[in-house]
Structures are given as structure tokens and as C-alpha cells.
Write a protein that binds this ligand. Structure first.
Ligand code: SAH
Length: 257
């Protein structure tokens, strides 16, 4: 009797030791994984931050963008997280990049220029047509109160929605649909930005522009050089159109109604 009790307690002690060693191991490996996950990521984000600041200095501030709000937004938004994994290294280059489905994320300078042309203010409600990766929306969202953005290609729109949510951009709402018709429910808008080229300025967008508001839009034939235009609606509702510079955008597609 005594002997069996002695053996039982020895067994329990041995098992407890084993359990202790097991937990110690698990704990140590958890800490190891955490550290190896955190440190390279930190180095990574520092590396991209440097590239981003360089991009703003050399490609944007050195050209003709002086609006500090725009420059800061371009410094803040991690462009490399909006491009496909294999394009990350070239995310801060002075050129557009493919984002899948035949679409592109605009060159950083064009994103900054279009944002600047809208003269956005902190209380503004904005509309974007052509969400793509969500990058332009993220940049604008740093300046305005709220941005509604419409994307016609479902997987692109869904991915952009997930991305902006995960990155914590709380003032961006994405919808899948044909942005040619704007977003009536939230109109009128202080700013409208169209990031795909149309052969004419869509009348529904002009209608949804607030008096005193501005719209930036590339106008021209698809797969040709287009004109980047700014449509201004005066306080009295009069329309004035300014021609800014030649650009090349992917075409504004249409859903047959
Ligand atoms: N602003 C995006 C890039 C735009 S590329 C970014 O920052 O990444 C142009 C986008 O417009 C593409 O994703 C394309 O699918 C979308 N698009 C084209 N026609 C559209 C339409 N009628 N309505 C909404 N989105 C449209």
C-alpha cells in the first residue's frame, strides 16, 4: 500500500516536471517567434519610411506641390502595402505600378497632384471613382473628414476594402459598382476624384458636386494621352473647367444598364 502510494506520487512529480519543461519550451519558442517576427518587420518599416520620405522630397516637393497637408499625407501612407507583394520593392519609384486585373496604381506625383488640385479641407466629404488598391483614397482620407469610393472590379474593391480596414483608415467606405453614376446617397460632395479616364465628364458627377466644390478627372480617349482636368462649381453653381496637364490613365469602364 505504502509502496504503491510512493510510486504514484513519484509518477505525478515526474509528470509535473515534464509538464513544466513542456510549458517552458512552448513559452520560450513563443517569445522567439514574436521577437523574430517583430524585429525584421520594424527594420522593414524603417526602410520603407526612408524610401517614402525620399519619394516626397525628390518626386513631389521638388516638383510643384507645396501643400504641407498633401506632402504629409504622402509621407504617412505606406504605399508599399497597397501594391502586390512582388512589387513592394519598387513601390516608391517615380512610376505607376500594376495592381492586377489590368489596372494600375498611379505614379506618386500624380496622386499628390490630383489631391492638391482638389484643395481638400478637413471637413470635406469626398467621392472617388476607381478605388483600385485604395491608395489614393488613403492619401485623401488623411486630409478630409470622409471619403466614399466606388470600384467596378469586385475582387479589387473587396481587397481594397479589407486593406484599408486592416490599416485602420476608419473614414473610407468602399462600394462595388459603376462610379459613373457617383454615389447619390451621400451627395453633394466637396471633392470628387476620378482615377480612370473618361471621354467626357460624367454629368451625374457634375450634378453631385457641391457648389464651391472641385473635381479632378482625366478626360480623353482610352489608351491615348488624356487631359487632366479640374471642374470647379462656383458658389452660384456655375461650371468652370481647367486643363492641367497630359496624363495616361486606364479607361473608365461602364456596366451596361
Ligand atoms: N485610385 C486607384 C487606382 C485607379 S486605377 C489607386 O489608388 O490604386 C483605376 C480604377 O478604376 C481601376 O481599379 C478600375 O477598375 C476602376 N474603374 C474603372 N471604371 C470604373 C467605374 N466605372 N466605376 C468605378 N471604378 C472604375
Amino acid at each position: 500500500m505504502l509502496n504503491s502510494r510512493y510510486f504514484a506520487s513519484k509518477l505525478i512529480r515526474a509528470n509535473l516536471k515534464l509538464l513544466f519543461v513542456f510549458f517552458l519550451f512552448s513559452y520560450a519558442s513563443l517569445i522567439f517567434c514574436y521577437l523574430s517576427y517583430c524585429f525584421p518587420r520594424h527594420e522593414d518599416s524603417q526602410k520603407y519610411k526612408k524610401l517614402r520620405y525620399k519619394m516626397v522630397n525628390q518626386q513631389i516637393a521638388a516638383r510643384d506641390i507645396y501643400n504641407q497637408k498633401v506632402l504629409q499625407a504622402m509621407r504617412d501612407v505606406p504605399r508599399h502595402l497597397f501594391v502586390p507583394e512582388r512589387r513592394k520593392k519598387s513601390a516608391y519609384g517615380d512610376f505607376p505600378l500594376p495592381i492586377g486585373y489590368g489596372q494600375t496604381i498611379s505614379q506618386p506625383y500624380i496622386v499628390a497632384l490630383m489631391t492638391d488640385l482638389l484643395k481638400p479641407e478637413k471637413d470635406d466629404i469626398a467621392l472617388e471613382v476607381g478605388t483600385g488598391s485604395g491608395y489614393q483614397a488613403a492619401v485623401l482620407s488623411k486630409i478630409v473628414k470622409k471619403i466614399y469610393t466606388v470600384e467596378i472590379i469586385t475582387p479589387l474593391g473587396k481587397a481594397a476594402e479589407k486593406r484599408v480596414n486592416e490599416l485602420g483608415y476608419k473614414n473610407i467606405t468602399v462600394r462595388i459598382g459603376d462610379g459613373y453614376f457617383g454615389w447619390e446617397q451621400y451627395a453633394p460632395f466637396d471633392c470628387i476624384i476620378v482615377t480612370a479616364a473618361s471621354d467626357h465628364i460624367p454629368p451625374p458627377l457634375v450634378k453631385q458636386l457641391k457648389n464651391g466644390g472641385k473635381m479632378a478627372i482625366p478626360v480623353g480617349k482610352p489608351f491615348h494621352v488624356q487631359k487632366l482636368m479640374v471642374v470647379e462649381k462656383s458658389e452660384k453653381g456655375e461650371i468652370r473647367i481647367k486643363n492641367i496637364l497630359p496624363v495616361r490613365f486606364v479607361p473608365l469602364r461602364r456596366i451596361q444598364r
